[in-house]
Structure formats: C-alpha cells, structure tokens
Write a protein that binds this ligand. Sequence first.
Ligand SMILES: Cc1ncc(COP(=O)(O)O)c(C=O)c1O
Length: 437
Amino acid sequence: MDKKALEAHWMPYTGNRQFKADPRIITSAQDVWYTDDRGRKILDGHSGLWTSGLGHGREEISVAVGQQIRELDFAPPFQFGHPKAFELANRVKELMPGDLDYVFFTNSGSESADTSLKMARAYWRLQGQPTKTRFIGRMKGYHGVNFGGISVGGIAANRKFFGQGIEADHLRHTMLPENQFSRGMPEQGAELADELNEMIALHDASTIAAVIVEPMAGSAGVIPPPVGYLQRLREICDANDILLIFDEVITGFGRCGALTGADEFGVVPDILNVAKQITNGAVPMGAVIAKASIYEMFMAHGGPDYALEFAHGYTYSAHPVACAAGLAALDILTREELPQRVAAEAPYFEALLHDSLADKPHVSDVRNYGFAGALTLASYPGEPLRRPFEVAMRMWEKGFLVRYGGDTIQLAPMFVMARDEMDSLIGALAQSLEELA
Ligand SMILES: Cc1ncc(COP(=O)(O)O)c(C=O)c1O
C-alpha cells in the first residue's frame, strides 16, 4: 500500500509511527494462514487476537452471515426482538456451567466488563445494600479499555493517561518467582487469594460489590491460576456476600480445553463475561452471563412490567448478523469437539513450548495452559517493550504472526492447528530468539 494512504487511520494499540514506516498489511485469511499484501503466506500463531480458534474463513459462518444480512440486517434491540437473539442466548446458556442462565449481549470484551460491573452495583442496590459499590481487581488484570475495565484492570500503561476511574482496589498478581517455568497451573500461590480478606478488613464487605478476575490472565502474558487459588477466592466471596465475576473473554469457548475456564478450573462465578471466540472473531460480539438469582433480583424489583429493569444496553446488542455468526461458530465448536481437541493436544503444545524455548537467549519465564502460551523476555536496560517487539518483527519476516505485549511474546494456536504447524511456529520462534541473542 502507498504509505500516504496509511496516514488517516489512527490505529488502536499500535505504534503508529513504526507501523506506518514499516507496514504489516494482512489482505486475506484461510484456515491457519493469513496472506499479506506482498502475497506471502503467514502462519497465524495467535488465532487472530485470541478470537479465531476455529480457523479463518469458515464457510458456515460466512454463509450464515450472508443469509442473515439479506433477511434481517438490523432490528432495534430495545423494546423489540428477533429470533436469533433468543436462539443464541439459549445456546450460550446451554454451554455455561451452573446456573449461569441469563445472557446479556454486548459488542466487545470491554463492553462486557463495564456491563458486568454495572450489573453488580445495581444488583446490590436492589438488594437494599447500595453502599456496595467498590470493586476488587487484580494486578496485571486486563478487562478492556473502558473506564470500568481500566479501573479494575491492573496494567499501569492502560490506566495512567486517563485520570480518575471508578473505585477499585487490586489483589496481587500470581506470578511468583518460584513458579517460573511451571507447566500448566503453578503449585505455589493459592494463599495470595487470602489477600482478599485483608481488603475486606480494610474496606469492609459492606462497600465491596464484586471481585473481577480472568481465571487465566491472558493479555498480561498467560498467567494460569495457582492450584486452589480460584477456589479460595470463591470461598471468601461467598463468606462475605461479594459477587465473583470471571472475565472469560479469552478463556471462554475452548481456549483452556473446556468450554469455559470456570469448567476447566472447577469454580463457577456469579457473572461470566465472554467475547472474541463467541463468533470466531468474524463479527464483533460479547456477552455477560448472569446466574439466575441476579436476573431474578432485577425482575422482582422492576416496577410495572412495561418499565426497564436494567437501564443499560447497546444499539448493537444482539445484532442479527453477530447472532448468526455466533450460532454458526458455536455449532462448529461443539460439532467438531474442539475444546476436547485442545485438551487432548495441550500436552503436546506444552512440551514443545517448554522444551524448545526455555533455554533460549533472554527467556526468563515460559507459561502455558490449554492452547495459550507465553514467554517473558529479559529487558534491555530501561526498555522492557523492545525485545518482544524485535522478536515479533523477526517472526513476521519469517512468515509467522505472534503477539507481543509488555515484556512478553504470546502464542494462541488455533484449536484446529496440526502438530507440524505448531512445530514450525515454535521452531521459528526458537530460531528468532537465537538470531537476536
Ligand atoms: C480478559 C479480557 N477482557 C476484556 C478484553 C477486551 O476486549 P475488547 O478488546 O473486545 O474490548 C480482552 C481483550 O483482549 C480480554 O482479554
């Protein structure tokens, strides 16, 4: 592309100056491959952006989207409905654990985060406990970029420019030095959940609405929960009347080898947020799934039946085209038993990742769970972001897409990825690290 033509687009989460000087333009996608504007095949090592575990270009999704847009391109989601919104809500409900039965649609993970926080505050107000407004997040947590999400989030770079958010405190993250190079869930660190008791002692449970965590932190570089940690958080929330929200925007629908992180780690939250994989990334969509007692509380206090029970929603909530994509994507996910495939192949990915990369130059940690993996790279003095950037650029030149974020390189193989494709991805990463030593 002509470089002048790149100027107007202020790119999100991108070093615009570097990109526009050295663009990486993706023009098409099929299966595990992207094609760039130089006609090169690029192996997608990150499932798009944790979005596309089914592989790109799934015909069934394209057909469903095409049919839907011809049949019903838009219907107002406020005060009116369309069939696929209900169909998809029922499908999502079937796939959720426990009594997570009520599905509120959004358009992104960030909207899911802020929706869940508003839902939690409103719930306590309806309960007659309006002082329960504070949230507890976690260091290194990522819950998108809206004001609620950055307030409970724990990545400083996402917060520092934006001033006052909403009231939130943060648990310590679980990346203990003794857990470095753990395969899967680390053994140490369940006791870090007990910090929640200290926060309750400090703030009092009467001021805390909810705890929000990713069951496995993704964007900070794949931090699986220590054994027993999520169970402890659940117990403390229960003992103190605090809602537990799982942000499953990455872990929802297969990434950890089960339908949800909740299933995989054996802890059911009160509210569970999804996005990304719900449509395989083909159309923007997210959802917040609430347990029955939360929905019922809103209904019980709704006033006359024509009144709104929850004054919240988006013009594009449950967009017909997104619903069609979601139904098709979830059909494929379940029919092809892809969460099961991830569970079965995860040991191969784990062994490959650790055995090939742990001893490579500058690698200070390797972490993994399911089909998610990350390396932490030792920093150049004062420049923690530079080495991952250099590695990812080297990978791109070799024909591989990996994500770089903070001091990490992140990998998210597609649920359908074959072993030899994984071998070449990890092999190229090992080689890139050697070359840049
Ligand atoms: C756990 C989590 N929550 C929220 C988000 C934000 O999602 P979106 O970029 O769709 O707003 C992300 C995105 O990576 C995420 O990983």
